[in-house]
Design a protein around this ligand. Structure first.
Ligand code: R5P
Length: 307
């Protein structure tokens, strides 16, 4: 039985598991949609129930096949807009193309901005997302952006491990702000690794700033793609005498089916569908459901960030 609600929730095909969990928590059913691929590879969408005048949420996590899932989302949003939805909130637990967010060199794109423009142009009226690669991406939008942090969830999971002598380590300088917040929440020291990216596939490490000897290292990162950054950082920490190495990551891309090795534990959220069972999966479903409720009832979302 569908419970009557003032809003509707639809799912793209990238992460139906998460969308179903969110719908269950909210006590609603997912909106009915037909997604089909044409023989030439184009995407066809048909919304199978009326959305006229409704506030509509669409969950899509464009990872692993970012081009396909992003296009699928755009096509679905276009269909919802043309079917007279009152508002369309795109829920992207993982925001794709985020790492090209500035012109570091000549003749390169700013894809994070391009994605923002595409979403707005398609008809998205609000974005709900989590741990953007950099905060400045929020400013690429002219619509409201609700930016959730995975930290409260991962900190809770880390607290459950009852670590006795933890030190939070940022695997590169870019992550040091986020790592500092983890350190504050866990009342732990902070250390930073000086990483240099040689190219898209290779990283080199220079120095470790801080002390990890005989400590339980908590390596934090927003993204684990090939795993190269975190595995090399774990190695640096072990060489410097760390007694244990735990990773806490928001988005597990596992590019090329990378399996993390060299960790005592690996905590990762399910912002992207889990690929392997060697990791401890931290569910974001209730967090997303709470955020939807806040948006629908026009309540502040910042209270959700408290650890
Ligand atoms: C870099 O700025 C990010 O925070 C991650 O450290 C990076 O994307 C991880 O990539 P990989 O797992 O391929 O080293």
């Amino acid at each position: 039985m569908r419970r009557e609600s003032s809003f509707m929730l639809f799912s793209g095909s990238s992460h139906e598991g998460l969308a179903k969990q969110v719908a269950n928590i909210l006590g609603i059913q997912l909106g009915e949609v037909e997604i089909e691929g044409f023989p030439d590879g184009e995407i066809g969408i048909r919304i199978l129930e009326t959305v006229r005048g409704k506030d509509v949420f669409v969950i899509q996590s464009p990872a692993r096949r970012p081009n396909h899932f992003l296009m699928e989302l755009l096509v679905m949003v276009d269909a919802l807009k043309r079917a007279s939805a009152r508002s369309i909130v795109a829920i992207l637990p993982y925001y794709p193309y985020a790492r090209q967010d500035r012109k570091e060199r000549g003749r390169v794109p700013i894809t994070a901005r391009l994605v923002a423009d595409l979403l707005e142009k398609a008809g998205v009226t609000r974005l709900l997302t989590m741990d953007l690669h950099t905060d400045q991406i929020e400013g690429f939008f002219n619509i409201p952006v609700d930016h959730l942090r995975a930290r409260p969830l991962l900190v809770r999971a880390l607290q459950d491990l009852r670590l006795k002598n933890p030190v939070v380590v940022a695997p590169d300088v870019g992550n040091s702000r986020m790592a500092r917040k983890y350190a504050e929440d866990l009342r732990a020291d902070l250390a930073i690794i000086d990483k240099r990216r040689v190219n898209a596939k290779t990283v080199a490490f220079n120095a470790l700033i801080g002390d990890v000897a005989d400590k339980q290292v908590v390596l934090v990162d927003d993204i684990c793609s090939t795993g190269g950054t975190l595995m090399a950082a774990a190695e640096v920490c072990r060489t410097q005498g760390a007694s244990e190495v735990i990773a806490a990551v928001t988005h597990g891309l596992w590019a090329g089916n990378a399996l993390p090795s060299g960790f005592d534990r690996f905590l990762v959220t399910d912002s992207i569908p889990a690929l392997n069972s060697n990791v401890d999966c931290v569910s974001i479903a209730s967090y997303i459901a709470e955020a939807i409720q806040c948006i629908v009832s026009m309540k502040s979302i910042s209270s959700l960030f408290k650890t």
